[in-house]
Each structure stands twice: as C-alpha cells, then as structure tokens.
Write a protein that binds this ligand. Structure first.
Ligand code: GDP
Length: 609
C-alpha cells in the first residue's frame, strides 16, 4: 500500500526526543497524514501530533530511507542555548582557576547512620566561627576544617540516600566528587550498601568508607573491611587505595578523621579546580515552594560566580536572584564554585538535578525557560505511553484487559518527588500491569490535581501526597470524584504500599490444589437421591461441593464432577478425612463403579511472588 510519503536516500534527519510524526513530516516536507498511514502499515497506530518513542522514529526513518538521528536532551539544550549565543564551555573564561571544595554525598544502607553522620559533620563546623551556627536544611551545606595548616572547605549534599544521587545523575548532572559510604559496624554490608557502591562506581566517583557505630559493643569494623574487599574496595591498611575510617556518628567520634580522609582522597584522586570569571553555571540540588518566599532553590555553583541580582534559568524555571542565603540563613552577595546557596526570586520551582545558568538579562532566561518547558512537555508525553502495537490496542478494546495504576505525585520538594518517582519505576512488576505517572509537582494537593486525576482517560488516578496534604475542600472534591489520596512521609513505605497495590491490581491467578482421593467400595441406588457411592478416603480429605474427577484404571473417565452431597453414616458432613468411610453423590457423572478413584481438588488463588 503506497501512501505517498517521500522516500529518502539515507539523508540525516535530526529529531529531538519525543518528536511527533508532524515534526518528522516538517523535516522531510511530507504530509503528516502520509506518515500516519505509513506507521499504520507498519502496525502502529499513532496520531500526527502525538509524541512518539525513539523506536518509532527510528523505525519510520528506516522504512522511508532516512537516517534518523535522535538528538539527546543535552545536545538539544546546547543547540537551544546556542540560539541565544550561549556556549556553556566558553561562557566562563578558563584562565583564572581556583581550587574548589570537594562535593560529597553520603550513601549507605538504611539505618546505618547517614542522617546522623550528616548532622555530626554539620556540628563540627566550628572553624568557620559562623554567627548563629545553627544550620538549616537547605539541601547542601559547607563545612570548613583545618587541614595541613590550611582551612579547607567541604560541601555536603544534605539529602542522604541514593535516590537524590541517581535522580541527579539521570538528568546528566554530575554533582558529587566523593561518596562517603556509611556501613554500620554492627550490621555489616547490606543490600543498599552494595547498591550505593555500584552507583558510585557507575559514576566513577571515589569512595571513602565510614565504618559507623563503632561505639556499639557488637561492632566489628574489621569485618566491614573484610566484606568490602569482595566488592573491590580494599582498605589502605591492607594495601589498597580506599580510606576506611571508624566513626560513631551519634556520639560524634572520628568525624575529624573522616573529613581528613575526604580531603586526602580528594587531593589524591581529583583535580578540584574551577574557573570563576563569568556568569555562574551549576546544578539545582533541592527546590521547593516556600509559603512566604515563593519558589526557593538550593543551587550549587560549579563554574563562574553567582551574584545577587543575576538573571538565572534553572531547568524550566527562571527569575532574577532576589537574595542568596547560605545554610545559616545569612545573606551572601556572591557564590563561588562548590558553594551551595538558597536562591530566592525564581518564578517557578525547578527540579533537583536541573542545571542552571546565569545569563545576560531577564528576557533571555525567560525564553530559555519557556523553550525548555515546551520540550519537557513533549518528552513527558513520549515517555508516558509504552509503544502499543495495533494488535495490543485492539485486544485491549476487545477485552478491557490491561490494568494500569495511574498516579499523580505531589511532594514537599522536587528532590523527594523525583526520588519517589524514580524508585517507583524501579519496582519490578509483571508485564500485564502498567504504572503511569501523569503528573508530578511540588506543593499541596490542589483542585487541579483532583481534576486531572478524574479526567485521566483510561482510569481514575490515585494521588500520592509525600509530606504534603490536601485542604478539606480539596478532600471533599476528591471524595465526590472518587479520587483516592494517599499520604506518605517515608519513601520506603510509599514504595512498599504501591508495590503491594500493583501486585494486588493483577487479576488473581488460580491454581488447582489437590484436596484428597477416595476409593469407591460400593455403589447403590437410592430411590430418593439416585446413585450413592460408598467410599473410603485414601488421602487428604473430601469436601462437599468440591470439584472431582473420576479415575478408572489410571485414566480419567470423567472430569468436572461435583461432590454434591456427602454423608458419614446418616449424617451430612462437610468434609471427611483420610481413613474414614463416607457416602456421596456425584453430579455431572452418572455411572461410578466399584474400584474407581475419586480425586478432588479446589481452585486456590495463587499468591504473587
Ligand atoms: P540512616 O537511615 O542511614 O539515615 O540512619 P540514621 O542516621 O537515621 O540512624 C539510624 C539509627 O542508628 C538511629 O537510631 C541513630 O541514632 C543510630 N545511630 C546512628 N549512628 C550511630 C552511632 O554512631 N552509634 C550508635 N550507637 N547509634 C547510631
């Protein structure tokens, strides 16, 4: 079937991820309808304006003889910035480099003391002599420690756990220079220890091991060293190149040594310099909506210098830096590389891991933000639907078959929302079930969330509130619309419950479970109830109303028979056990014989793995 779409000759067609057939048609001067037809011929039903997956674009390209090049979001962002004459690599003059502090993320198994350790480190920061000294959680903080006669700063990402780390990496942001792997000495290497280690290795980030809780009587720090050799981390004292430091975060023991180890590792393994002349570039590590202050974002400068009054764009958010605060709540006028600051003045909330940059003027940053938002919307659409073949769609229409759990995630910070979403998509679920997140955002659950939940086409969505709530009015509205709202404050709990829901969503699977067998000893006819089989139960038990099959000389002579009545002597019985005699009638089979075996079974719901 010819559809009139132009054929290519192997020419390159550059398409951004999440493009639609219309976008494709534009590039090759075709009628979008003709591409819809081509895709239909290839067995996929897509509309002209719908964002499609990379695979679909590549498939169609190959079919038409074009070499489709999917442009990655990073490349695309460079192209976008180029339209504004911004070249990230050249924007900051490289001739004046300064030494910058290392940026550290703390990872490890749950309950091994990550949070306590971050607290303990925060408290050691006495050298700086900061006024107030009370640090606020802004997503990152810096401490200054004396090291070989110098005061050296270290920046800590203040969200323990792996999710934040991976969410940032997934967005292409390389923030962390060093990972502190916390392992409790009384517990040893655990699954998330290994997971953390793998993340750090994948990111090619050096590791310092904090062997924590050495104050505990059952602590065995040497065992931790031993265990980690299996994962390629050999302690220095055993001739390897990983520093292991015994600490006890709770009483605050060994923290100085740990910081020392971080600096030694940084100096040995890393080149920590950054240029400072030029507009700032960096990453947003945390962002949320603050009641009084609007959108606030903690950004980590990586290059250049950020100053109050700069126009910045962070992901799809933009604005002018109205004020910058450090982790003590003090105003700062400028932030140099590796300095985390809380930025006020953005018009919306960026996502954790979004890169930011300062630009010439408000107009530029606004336009960049708008274009990024448009692109993200397209990309979200592309990711939200699994590619469905025409066959799939038809089968679904016929049977109403696939089950999906559709979610809206609202949370108190973009980091937590993303972390939750990422973790959810890691749940292993059977292929019959689909997990869809149709919206995610920061802030309280609103009417518009409920509207979206009830408007979603195939199924009412469930709203997840992570440390956020819905007002009474919104709650009522949700009740009326039949929208379920679930609140969580711990990621693990949310994941566990949603995992259970996903498994529960599956239509139950049944399996046949043998109940018992009986041998027919006697067959006699009752004028009232027909043929009665006198039996002895040979194994298990017989139950009234149970399904049965009749086996004669090893062959099934009747299947799908029901034990319709069951008696012990004169009395009705619901079940009769092995070794006992009974009389029974069978419905569905009219000629039982002496010597037949009755095998009974029951269908039971199979538990999901
Ligand atoms: P996280 O889940 O890794 O962030 O672990 P937490 O920092 O919340 O610590 C888990 C538990 O271990 C808490 O009850 C802490 O008080 C306790 N804990 C953490 N560090 C130490 C330590 O050095 N010694 C002792 N005895 N307990 C600790």
């Amino acid at each position: 079937m010819s559809s009139g779409a132009p054929r290519g000759n192997g020419q390159d067609v550059r398409l951004s991820r999440g493009s639609s057939l219309s976008d494709f048609a534009d590039k090759i001067n075709a009628n979008p309808g003709s591409l819809v037809q081509e895709m239909f011929n290839l067995g996929e039903m897509v509309t002209a304006t719908q964002s499609v997956s990379d695979d679909t674009l590549l498939l169609l390209g190959e079919h038409l003889g074009f070499n489709v090049v999917i442009v990655s979001p990073e490349d695309e962002d460079r192209e976008l910035l180029a339209q504004f004459d911004i070249d990230l690599d050249a924007a900051v003059a490289e001739d004046r480099l300064v030494t910058r502090p290392p940026v550290v993320t703390v990872m490890g198994h749950v309950d091994h003391g990550k949070t306590k350790l971050l607290d303990a480190i925060r408290k050691t920061n006495v050298v700086a002599g900061e006024a107030g000294g009370i640090t606020q959680h802004i997503g990152a903080y810096q401490v200054v420690v004396p090291h070989q006669g110098e005061d050296r700063a270290i920046t800590f990402i203040d969200t323990p756990g792996h999710e934040a780390f991976t969410a940032m990496r997934a967005r292409g942001a390389k923030v962390t220079d060093i990972v502190i792997l916390v392992v409790a000495a009384d517990d040893g290497v655990m699954p998330q220890t290994v997971e953390a280690l793998n993340h750090a290795k994948a990111a090619d980030v050096p590791i310092v091991v904090a062997v924590n809780k050495v104050d505990k009587p059952d602590a065995n720090p040497d065992k931790v060293r031993q265990q980690l050799t299996d994962y390629g981390l050999l302690a220095e004292e055993y001739g390897g190149d990983t520093m292991f430091v015994n600490v006890a975060a709770k009483p605050g023991i060994g923290i100085d040594d740990l910081l020392e180890a971080v600096l030694l590792t940084a100096d040995a393994a890393l080149e920590l310099t950054a240029p400072i002349d030029g507009p700032a570039q960096g990453v947003a590590v945390e962002a949320h909506l603050d009641k009084g202050r609007g959108a606030v974002a903690t950004v980590l400068v990586q290059k250049g210098t950020l100053r109050a009054g700069d126009s910045i764009v962070a992901g799809g958010a933009h604005g002018r830096v109205r004020a910058m605060l450090d982790e003590h709540g003090n105003q700062v006028a400028e932030a140099l590389p590796a300095r985390p600051v809380l930025v006020l003045g953005l018009t919306s909330v960026p996502s954790a891991g979004d890169t930011f940059l300062a630009a010439e003027d408000d107009r530029t940053v606004r336009q960049i933000a708008e274009q990024r938002q448009a692109r993200r919307r397209a990309a979200t659409f592309a990711n939200s639907g699994r590619r469905k073949s025409m066959e799939d769609i038809m089968r679904e229409i016929e049977k109403g078959e696939t089950t999906a759990l559709t979610l809206i995630i609202k949370g108190d910070g973009s980091g937590s929302v993303e972390a939750l979403e990422e973790a959810l998509f890691k749940i292993e679920i059977p292929s019959e079930v689909e997990l869809k997140v149709i919206h995610r955002g920061v802030g309280a659950i609103t009417e518009s969330d409920v509207n979206l939940a009830s408007a979603s086409s195939d199924q009412i969505a469930t709203i997840i509130g992570f440390n956020v709530r819905a007002s009474n009015k919104v709650k009522e509205m949700a009740d009326r619309a039949g929208v379920e709202i679930r609140y969580y404050s711990v990621i693990y709990q949310a994941i566990e419950e949603i995992e259970a829901a996903l498994k529960g969503l599956l239509k139950p699977e049944y399996e046949e479970v043998e109940l018992g067998t009986a041998e027919i000893r006697e067959v006699f006819r009752s004028s009232k109830i027909g043929l009665i089989a006198g039996c002895i139960v040979r194994s298990g038990l017989l139950k009234r109303n149970a399904k049965a099959r009749i086996i004669r000389d090893g062959t099934v002579v009747a299947d799908n028979v029901t034990i319709s009545s069951l008696k012990r002597f004169k009395d009705d019985a619901t079940e009769v056990r092995e070794g006992f005699e009974c009389g029974l009638t069978l419905s569905g089979y009219g000629s039982p014989q002496v010597g037949d075996t009755i095998e009974t079974w029951e269908m039971r719901e199979k538990p999901r793995a």
